[in-house]
Write a protein that binds this ligand. Structure first.
Ligand code: ADP
Ligand code: MG
Length: 676
């Protein structure tokens, strides 16, 4: 067997199984051995039946005293009476014909499962069972998909052990030793079939490190590309942005001023700008971006701004038109839903320079979009974009200046690593007159009172958002849907205009509804999280979030940021169902603070596994075993190694790093190879 061979070379894998495995991202044997358990069952100790406690998962060893079958409702039920020297227990299987045949009375087996109680009898329902072959220890539990069972996957992993010896180290041995990392063969053995907990820890550490090293080296490689220090465009320093600033109708905050100055200095220097503008929701990042675009255009170049959603792109477009056209600057928009004729026309105007400022969704990075003199590229809400998309946008010009904007506050330790190459400007001041959004958590029994409150707000001229986690009702998920809420509110608020918006709607309908809401013709907008990013309707003063327990803190904070954007006192009501401890804590943090950085720090402390602070929030690829929040120390070690490796071999072209190179491509996707 060869590492790069298809899994179909394993016993028991035909086309069907191969398909199921592919759904788990497993195509080659290498994929298989790098597919790690999500947890382990501790089967290291056999427990006496007399010592079992209800609710725990245990391994017992007993003889089948009696075996009988009966019907239970419409199900076939197999009941085994199992006993050891200390006592007895009932083992139950439903609809499991093949088990009936494979279990013999009078024989002894190991059973592993959760102990339950039925009318004072101890029970195990559907335990794993096998003949005792003397092996004990931690048994891996893999993530599954339809068409493949836990025991099948375990058997395949076991077969694949044969190829462990063919795997290459990711790192030279000096680095392994310096980092106290165990060898790859040992790590593979112990992540899949740990002999004891200590060995498992070492193996996990090793693979977490590997993954973070892959991530970090990949990110640095992108940056080498992005960072061409000298041959940038220097913009004319006599071109001022004051004309634009004066036309805004409000006074910039000190923080906005500072950011604009930093950006202007970058633009005027011969170095290419690579700057991140970080500012909480509502801090006024748009004006900063606009000043940069104004300067760019006045210096004779084009600027493009890429937004993560079509709604947001449209909103920026309307805003840009109203603020730029009076200065004689032309603005265009490009989105995925445009008709062919309009698109052709726009492309032409981009390529001959008639459009000076372009705004759009990721449609702006498509191949046929050709600029004539691109001087500045901006991504808004950059955490919504992948690394690849950011690079693709930059590639539209000849070393254009880059500005990325984000409202996702990230803890400083991480920022340094993830955005280490970027200069950072922080907008740490809110426009004057902003009052903090009055936030309260309520239980779902108090919904009627929340609606009364919303009505008060509408009467005094405000508008409201009501957000629900689902689009339509689902049997599988116990949560409110936007459709259901919309119906209910239409009933409750007969004399008001209530409308629904969600991601699955036609673009033209979404546009119409957003426009009507912005114009004040719609009083209550019922929505899914499509409105999470960027939407700006300053007259909206209430945000109601249904099933708030289902959202992470970062998301709640973003959603709440849709209100409190004008001078109206604004309110946020979080309707909580159930009584999860984490949800309660999140609610409390939301009630206490409107400060994104504080919330991000708290989020980090609170979060459960795989939640909220996912890599998605930062436009990074999904990680398999590492966790950016929890493994910050390992990450900083990985960062040092990445720097060293790239210093030695900037292209990763040597044999020594071929494995690392391959992993990077796998992690970031095929497109990424182009950047190395
Ligand atoms: P975000 O940083 O979330 O993208 P926006 O740029 O959309 O925020 O700005 C939010 C709102 O605040 C907008 O209505 C904008 O016109 C307004 N605004 C921005 N800067 C100021 C300021 N200095 N004074 C008053 N209002 C401002
Ligand atoms: Mg914004």
């Amino acid at each position: 067997m060869k590492l790069q061979e298809s899994v179909t070379s394993l016993r028991g894998v035909g086309p069907k199984k191969a398909e199921a495995l592919a759904r788990l991202g497993i195509e080659t044997l290498e994929d298989l051995i790098l597919f790690f358990p999500k947890s382990y069952e501790d089967r290291s100790r056999v427990i006496d039946i007399a010592m079992l406690s209800v609710g725990s998962k245990c391994l017992i060893k007993g003889t089948v005293i009696r075996k009988h079958e009966n019907r239970y409702g419409r199900k076939q039920r197999l009941v085994l009476k199992v006993a050891d020297a200390t006592g007895g227990i009932e083992v139950v299987f439903f609809n499991a014909g093949y088990i009936t045949k494979s279990v013999m009375e009078g024989e002894e087996y190991l059973f592993y499962g959760q102990v339950s109680e039925n009318r004072a009898h101890l029970q195990m329902i559907h335990p794993a069972f096998e003949k005792d072959d003397g092996r004990r220890g931690l048994v891996p539990v893999y993530p599954l998909t339809k068409g493949i069972s836990q025991s099948e996957l375990r058997k395949l992993e076991n077969q694949a052990r044969e190829v462990y010896s063919q795997t290459q180290e990711l790192l030279p041995s000096e680095m392994l030793e310096a980092g106290r990392l165990c060898p790859i063969g040992y790590a593979l053995n112990n992540i899949h079939f740990p002999v004891e907990k200590q060995a498992l820890q070492e193996a996990r550490y090793r693979f977490i490190f590997d993954e973070l090293l892959t991530l970090q080296t990949g990110l640095f490689a992108v940056r080498q590309n992005m960072r061409n220090k000298d041959n940038g465009i220097s913009f004319d320093s006599s071109v001022s942005v004051e004309e634009y600033v004066d036309s805004l109708g409000y006074k910039l905050t000190g923080a906005q001023r500072r950011c604009i100055n930093e950006i202007t200095a970058d633009l005027e220097s011969s170095r290419v700008m690579n700057r991140l503008v970080q500012g909480d929701v509502g801090s006024g990042k748009t004006a900063v971006a606009e000043a940069a675009m104004f300067k760019t255009v006045r210096c004779g170049f084009q600027a493009v701004l890429m937004a993560p959603t079509e709604i947001l792109a449209k909103q920026h477009y309307e805003g840009f038109k109203s603020r730029f056209e009076k200065h004689g600057i032309s603005v265009g928009i490009l989105t995925g839903s445009m008709g062919a004729a309009a698109r052709r026309d726009t492309l032409e105007k981009i390529s001959d320079g008639r459009i000076q400022i372009l705004v759009g969704t990721h449609a702006v990075i498509q191949k046929d979009v050709v600029f004539c003199r691109l001087g500045l590229v901006i991504t808004d809400e950059q955490h919504r974009f992948g690394v690849n998309q950011r690079t693709a946008l930059k590639a539209k010009g000849d070393n254009p200046n880059v500005l990325v904007m984000t409202a996702t506050p990230i803890p400083r330790t991480l920022a340094v690593i993830l955005y280490g190459d970027l200069d950072v400007s922080v907008i740490d001041e809110m426009p004057p007159g902003r009052r903090s959004v009055d936030t309260k958590c309520v239980s779902d029994r108090e919904r009627a009172a929340v609606y009364d409150f919303v009505e008060d707000q509408l009467r005094s001229g405000g508008q409201a958002y009501v957000v629900a986690p689902l689009i339509e009702e689902s049997e599988a998920v116990d949560a409110r849907s936007a459709e259901e809420v919309n119906e209910e509110l239409n009933e409750r608020f007969k004399s008001y205009n209530v409308a629904l918006i969600h991601g699955a709607m036609k673009q033209s309908d979404k546009d119409r509804i957003m426009n009507e809401f912005a114009a004040g013709d719609i009083d209550i907008l019922v929505a899914t999280v499509v409105i999470e990013v960027g939407i700006n309707v300053p007259n909206a003063s209430v945000m109601v979030i249904e099933n708030a327990e289902r959202f992470g803190l970062a998301q709640l904070h973003q959603l709440r940021g849709r209100v409190g954007r004008g001078d109206r006192q604004s309110y946020c009501r979080l309707i909580m169902c159930g009584n999860s401890e984490v949800a309660r804590m999140r609610g409390k943090i939301m009630e206490e603070s409107c400060d994104g950085f504080y919330i991000a720090e708290e989020d980090l402390k609170l979060r459960g596994p795989g939640e909220i602070f996912g890599t998605r929030q930062h436009g990074l690829p999904d990680l398999n075993i590492a966790d950016l929040a929890r493994h910050v120390n390992i990450l900083s070690h990985a960062k040092e190694c990445a720097v060293e490796i790239l210093r030695e071999d900037p292209e990763l072209s040597s044999e020594r790093y071929s494995m690392l190179r391959r992993r990077i491509v796998k992690l970031f996707g095929e497109d990424f190879a182009l950047n190395l």
